[in-house]
Write a protein that binds this ligand. Sequence first.
Ligand code: ACM
Ligand code: ZN
Length: 550
Amino acid sequence: MKKTIAILFAGAALIGCSQRPQVTADYRVVPLPGKIEVDTADTADKYFKLDKNTVICYSGEDLAEEAQFLADYLKPLTGLDLKVSTKEPSSNYISLETDSDIANPEGYKIDVESSEIKIEGGTDAGVFYAIQTLRKAIPAAGMHDVLYPVGEIEDSPRFGYRGAHLDVSRHFFPADSVKTYIDMMALHNMNTFHWHLTDDQGWRIEIEKYPRLAEVASKRAGTVIGHYTGEFDTIPVGGYYTKDQIRDVIDYAAKRHITIIPEVDLPGHMQAALSAYPSLGCTGGPYEVWRNFGVTEEVLCAGNDSVYTFLDDVLGEVADLFPSEYIHIGGDECPKVRWENCAKCQAKIKELGLRDDKEHTAEQKLQSHVTKHVSDFLASKGKKIIGWDEILEGGLAPDATVMSWRGEAGGIKASEMGHDVIMTPNTYLYFDYYQSPDTDKQPLAIGGNLPIDKVYIYQPITENMTPEQASHIKGVQANLWTEFVPTFSHAQYMVLPRWAALADIQWMQPESRDYADFYARLGKLRNIYEAEGYNYCPLAFEDKNAGAIK
Ligand code: ACM
Ligand code: ZN
């Protein structure tokens, strides 16, 4: 008996020594939840304590994945390896449920009591965003328990489309890096990944009917040095995704409630494809996978029937692969000089009866004809198109969505015409631009200056839009073009922390947005970047006025 008591004492002493430190959670995260009510009564039970005995409970098979996400997210922030279960203990648990009374499918409620935290989402996606909030509320990573203040949170996003884009043509990022990008998006409550898969400098998706796209068009021999110097290195750049890899990434994203919209940029930005199939160009080539940056004159020949077959075949395989309702067909920066001088293109213009008028040239109308062809083809596969704002030139089918990149003008015009719009103006949301005027403190970028405080002031819906126009602004996206972004770690540096400003724009109601308040919330998010090992640009954290809005 004595011996047992002695052992018990030793145990208690050990427990005493291993008492873990505690940190207090703060629900003012990025993006800021719509409503936070914290119980300020000075009572002993004003916190829920997350510790090693906390159980994450869920009802319904679908939520098993969400429960595991919560456990996985909490681990690097707390050192806790929490149990996930369908059985609810009498206390010390976090429960996950869906509630169809929550109007917005991505909306959620969190009810924190001292004995449990109840999460309810409009759908699984809503539960997922509640989990992101609980995760981001932890102020720093460490081997500690977490005190969540008793209270209630209610939240839902402003926009249904919250996008981020990645150009994998100018530089290639392997599938695992793309998955990390998707994890980073989930942290910022984003739900749409725009995967720019093809361009002049490299074709990055396997197409079974055209094997030379992967074999030839995915490899370039070198790259222009610096800013358009006319000098080239001889370092090969290559890579493409197999269909199996793409399926795996689609599945990975879907689990994180992210839809992938693939882009096949046409009829311009096709020089890499032309290098593999030169008969698809107006001159017949030869063409190289472009080592230069900028806008090439070499585009698909719009007067050649086999080009339309090529587009149907490629887009058919892309449509079969990606479950997304939308396929992005590019449409930007298609110079018309080859078409003006090509007998086949000119014959097509004649055949279609296209003529210059006050607004558009016959060649712009020929691009419209190509857009209509692919739009009709994709409609036959049950898909809708999105294109860059140039697709407005020369007429466009009403159900096409326009992505406004040359500032906001294209988006405003498209919304006037009744098109749905995604706003991604280069003036605020091109994250290949510098992040501060101190260019000597940053790696070479394409140009421009887009500090986080300038990103933050962007208003996608302006006062001079009618309610009808405003209803067509479906969402907001930032783009990352990678001419000057050779590595994935550099890609992270370009988007973080500017994605944090973007997340507030995408999620929050505009009247709640305040830069100083955002800046105060940003520090906690930085700690998560650190805990997850994400590279980011530190300049935004050095001086909140570093960018000095101009
Ligand atoms: C674009 O930046 N060319 C869409
Ligand atoms: Zn032609």
